[in-house]
Design a protein around this ligand. Structure first.
Ligand SMILES: Cc1cc2nc3c(=O)[nH]c(=O)nc-3n(C[C@H](O)[C@H](O)[C@H](O)COP(=O)(O)O)c2cc1C
Length: 199
């Protein structure tokens, strides 16, 4: 009996140790993002420079249409019906403890492919950190939805920043000076979360 208790104690300490170590080393960290016009991708790359780990773009089995008006209509229908588009991207979640989830605001919601990702992958017991870019109207209910879809995860404070506005012909907006400013903001957010830079 004592041996069992000792084993449980030691294994839980080892687990705590590995979770803490990953917060500083960047190993066992996944940064997965959805991006159409590269604003969210830019933020994902900045986070990757700061924390290391694996950087993965979310790809669909059937890519969305190029035309802005067509994708807006389709996403509105998918949001309405709860349709989850099939993903080409597959991830071995056992490899990770910390998951950064990046996405644009689509129809003031979490985009359907990110809903697919959270439906397909079990993030229980992991640390989840959302980040977002938007066209000027903010993140909508997207962070709230992440929390709802990850009930057994520790969801940390997210980061949201204005990106492009495809509707107005502005595609990648987080570049040049705006990229530098974004990098400072990302660094300060990561400091607040106590996620430190790999050496
Ligand atoms: C289908 C679609 C829906 C969008 N809906 C919104 C929205 O509801 N609110 C908003 O502020 N921006 C909206 N946008 C603009 C994007 O959130 C913004 O351009 C974002 O920075 C794009 O990120 P990306 O470059 O990583 O694709 C929408 C864009 C698309 C393509």
């Amino acid at each position: 009996m004592h041996k069992i208790i000792l084993f449980l104690f030691v294994s839980s300490c080892l687990h705590m140790h590995s979770a803490q170590a990953s917060q500083v080393s960047g190993e066992r960290t996944l940064i997965v993002y959805l991006s159409r016009t590269n604003n969210t991708k830019t933020i994902a790359e900045i986070i990757h420079q700061e924390v290391g780990g694996d950087l993965v773009a979310l790809e669909l089995e059937n890519p969305y249409p190029e035309k802005y008006k067509t994708i807006v209509k389709l996403v509105a229908e998918e949001n309405e019906s709860g349709f989850l588009p099939a993903l080409k991207t597959k991830v071995d979640m056992d490899k990770y403890d910390i998951i950064f989830l990046g996405f644009p605001t689509w129809g003031m919601q979490l985009p359907p492919p990110m809903k697919s990702f959270l439906a397909e992958n079990d993030l229980s017991g992991k640390t989840v950190i959302p980040f977002n870019t938007h066209g000027g109207y903010g993140l909508g209910n997207s962070f709230k939805k992440v929390k709802e879809l990850c009930p057994e995860s520790t969801v940390l404070k997210g980061f949201s920043i204005k990106g492009g506005s495809e509707r107005d012909g502005i595609f990648l907006a987080i570049k040049g000076k705006r990229r530098k400013d974004a990098k400072l903001q990302v660094k300060s957010w990561l400091n607040e979360l106590k996620i430190s830079t790999p050496k």
